[in-house]
Structure formats: C-alpha cells, structure tokens
Design a protein around this ligand. Structure first.
Ligand SMILES: [Zn+2]
Length: 51
C-alpha cells in the first residue's frame, strides 16, 4: 500500500494501482512512484515523505 494517495493516468484518467506500478525511485526532491498505464502513458507521482 502506498497510502491514501490516489493517482490516475495523466492521459486517460484510469486509476493506477499495483498492476500499473513499475518502480519507485528516490530523488533529492523526494520519492517518486512510476506507473505505466495500459494506454502506454507513463505517470510519475509524488510519494509520501517519511520526513
Ligand atoms: Zn492511461
């Protein structure tokens, strides 16, 4: 579970969940979750900060 954050594809608006999740990366600005939708659109969301 990623938390209360809900995210949707930037292209088609489909909800993005575990099946669409591809990777989580940590950047200097924080955690980003990357999702790839069935429509081939890649959406990056801002993850919850643990700070
Ligand atoms: Zn989509």
């Amino acid at each position: 579970m990623i938390g209360e954050l809900t995210c949707a594809c930037e292209n088609c608006g489909d909800p993005l969940g575990d099946e669409e999740w591809r990777l989580t990366m940590e950047t200097a600005a924080g955690v980003r979750h990357v999702y790839e939708c069935d429509c081939d659109c890649v959406t990056v969301t801002v993850g919850a900060s643990s700070a």
